[in-house]
Design a protein around this ligand. Structure first.
Ligand code: ZN
Ligand code: FE
Ligand code: FE
Ligand code: ZN
Length: 266
């Protein structure tokens, strides 16, 4: 069996990750991965938007860090990517980012359901108390659907992120998932199996088996990502993720070079 690529990892430029790209690459080689991709949190038009991403003027430095790792690890395929926050109205900014470097892929993620609240921010967890969980899930999936519809993204990140701290909708979310997955299919977006969920309160891979089964039925392809914020997290729990994917019916995952998709067996 061949390990799938780990397409979701960060760098210290985002201010909440440790270890240089070379250390992530060394870890990947040590555990037998043959392909990884860096997808650090993209900058925002305003550097004071929040405090967990690189500054706009650090984008070239980020690319240089990844290029250095590529040179230092010639036997490991290292892709250059970004995890881009989708917020409605941010389309021009994202289009600009996409044009700045020859990215291998872009992950579109929704963390913000409003300008002031990233639902996965541990410092903002009390916000959940003021809201109805189902309404948050609805608002989140509405944005995620829009993100897919922009056509900017090869991959949609951690699809059911609102479960992170254990806040589950008290009504059936299936229509929300269906609508999003239809948009993903139509716009050629893959979704990722993100193992970071196993390290959070929800103790579950993103997305849930239910969402993954729907995705498989609709023919939405997948990628794998550890969402590593430290070198030792590279490839973490991939055996479990692979088992989940196989049990749902997936045999192949996507790899990307300069935003061109290739299906590879895992
Ligand atoms: Zn992060
Ligand atoms: Fe994220
Ligand atoms: Fe991430
Ligand atoms: Zn992430």
């Amino acid at each position: 069996m061949k390990w799938p690529a780990d397409y979701h990892m960060h760098t210290p430029l985002c201010r909440h990750a440790t270890g240089e790209p070379g250390e992530y690459a060394a870890r990947a080689v040590a555990i037998g991965l043959t392909e990884i991709g860096f997808s650090d949190h993209s900058p925002m038009p305003r550097d004071d938007f929040d405090n967990w991403r690189m500054y706009a003027n650090q984008l070239d430095e980020y690319v240089a860090k990844v290029r250095r790792a590529q040179k230092d690890f010639p036997n490991l395929a290292i892709r250059l990517a970004l995890e881009v926050d989708y917020l409605p109205g941010g389309e021009d900014w994202i289009r600009g980012l996409a044009a700045r470097h020859p990215w291998d892929y872009l992950i579109g993620s929704v963390h913000y359901v409003s300008d002031g609240w990233a639902i996965d921010n541990p410092q903002k967890i009390s916000e959940w108390k003021n809201r109805d969980a189902f309404e948050v899930w609805s608002a989140y999936f509405e944005r995620l659907t829009k993100a897919a519809e922009t056509g900017f993204f090869e991959i949609i990140g951690h699809v059911d992120l609102p479960k992170k701290f254990g806040h589950r909708p008290d009504r059936d979310g299936t229509p929300l998932y269906e609508k999003f997955l239809n948009a993903a299919k139509k716009n050629h977006c893959a979704i990722e199996l993100n193992t970071a969920g196993l390290r959070k309160d929800c103790r579950e891979i993103y997305p849930s088996r239910q969402i993954l089964e729907l995705a498989f039925q609709k023919g939405v392809p997948i990628t794998f990502g550890s969402d590593a914020h430290a070198p030792e997290e590279v490839g973490m729990n991939f055996a479990e993720a692979i088992q989940l994917a196989h049990s749902v019916g997936y045999q192949e995952s996507c790899q990307f070079t300069q935003r061109k998709r290739q299906m590879v067996k895992f």
